[in-house]
Ligand binder design. Structure first.
Ligand code: 5GP
Ligand code: ZN
Length: 110
């Protein structure tokens, strides 16, 4: 946990967010500035800077993030119309929050 990290603070409940799901490993909440009709963020509670910083011991977290994203897509009813799962990696890859997160984007007309 890093005190000045916005996603650490959301994951620990210090900063409010519209949490849709939480378990011992991660939280899911709506993106504050959505880029799609449905735009969720799947965020591990562990502070990991980016995909570049993943280690072998984080494999379970990544697998779990994707499984939770799949279930969130179903709950948001975008699973059949389709969606994107996206990691922005470092500045050149569009990352602006340096705490690992998976974007779930969907809800466009088919
Ligand atoms: P990145 O570009 O780092 O992959 O994406 C960061 C995302 O986090 C952006 O889509 C941005 O809108 C979202 N975001 C930034 N700060 C907050 C916040 O305080 N609350 C929520 N819910 N989303 C945020
Ligand atoms: Zn963090």
């Amino acid at each position: 946990m890093e005190n000045d990290c916005i996603f650490c603070n959301i994951a620990s409940g210090k900063t409010g967010a519209d949490l849709l799901f939480e378990d011992e490993t991660l939280v899911v909440f709506k993106d504050i500035k959505p880029h799609a009709p449905t735009h969720l963020l799947i965020v591990p509670k562990k502070h990991i800077r980016s995909v570049n910083d993943l280690t072998a011991e984080d494999q379970g977290i990544i697998g779990h993030m994707i499984m939770v994203a799949k279930e969130a897509a179903k709950r948001e009813s975008v699973n059949e119309s389709g969606y994107k799962l996206l990691f922005n990696v470092e500045r050149g890859g569009g990352q602006v929050i340096f705490h690992l997160h998976l974007h779930l984007l969907g809800g466009w007309e088919r």
